[in-house]
Design a binder for this molecule. Structure first.
Ligand code: FES
Ligand code: FES
Length: 194
């Protein structure tokens, strides 16, 4: 006699992501990073390891930055998640995003969403961090390309912008173009630079 294979138990969750409420039924083992990427299509949150070390998956959960590969989706039930896709406001990049552009804080870009989310979290806590504080805050984020120098500069740029001091780019990033407008930047990537 055949043995029935039990269907995986699914648990209903309601999670707000970037201001939109989502209801779903998920397996208890489903990680938040996979819920974001596979269920919601928010692929800006990356998976860079399977050991909770790289930080490519950092998002906000209820205002705190977390590695979403270490959080079960059911643990986020009733919570508010913000991902890299939710950082720009009204089509204008957050100062941290602008900083990475201006200071060329990336090469392949794989670590960048997590770096930006961790940097954003740091600047919420510490608006004018020292270089040492920046490097300490990024200990949970690994980058295999940049050597971190320009990432630190990008965060310093953002801190200055947010404090109103303002600095100009060092010319090593996007040249003279300021990608404040999200649509403009996407157009550039698609070869539609104006
Ligand atoms: S994917 Fe989460 S820490 Fe690497
Ligand atoms: S820019 Fe390639 S891993 Fe950081």
């Amino acid at each position: 006699m055949a043995t029935a294979v039990p269907m995986a138990t699914r648990i209903p969750v309601r999670i707000s992501v970037n201001g939109t409420e989502y209801a779903a039924e998920v397996e208890p083992r489903l990680l938040l990073v996979h819920f974001l990427r596979d269920n919601l299509g928010l692929t800006g949150t990356h998976v860079g390891c399977d050991t909770s070390q790289c930080g490519a998956c950092v998002v906000y959960l209820d205002g705190k930055s977390v590695k979403s590969c270490t959080v079960l989706t059911v643990q986020a039930d009733g919570g508010e998640v913000q991902t890299i896709e939710g950082l720009a406001k009204d089509g204008v990049y957050d100062p941290v995003q602008q900083g990475f552009w201006e200071m060329h804080g990336l090469q392949c870009g794989y670590c960048t969403p997590g770096m930006i989310m961790s940097a954003h979290s740091l600047l919420q806590r510490t608006p004018n961090p020292s270089e040492e504080e920046i490097r300490h805050a990024l200990e949970g984020n690994l980058c295999r390309c940049t050597g971190y120098q320009n990432i630190v500069k990008a965060i310093q740029y953002a801190a200055n912008q947010m404090s109103g001091a303002g600095v100009s780019g060092n010319g090593s990033g996007a040249g003279t173009h300021n990608p404040q407008d999200v649509g403009d930047w996407k157009g550039e990537l698609a070869g539609e630079s104006t």
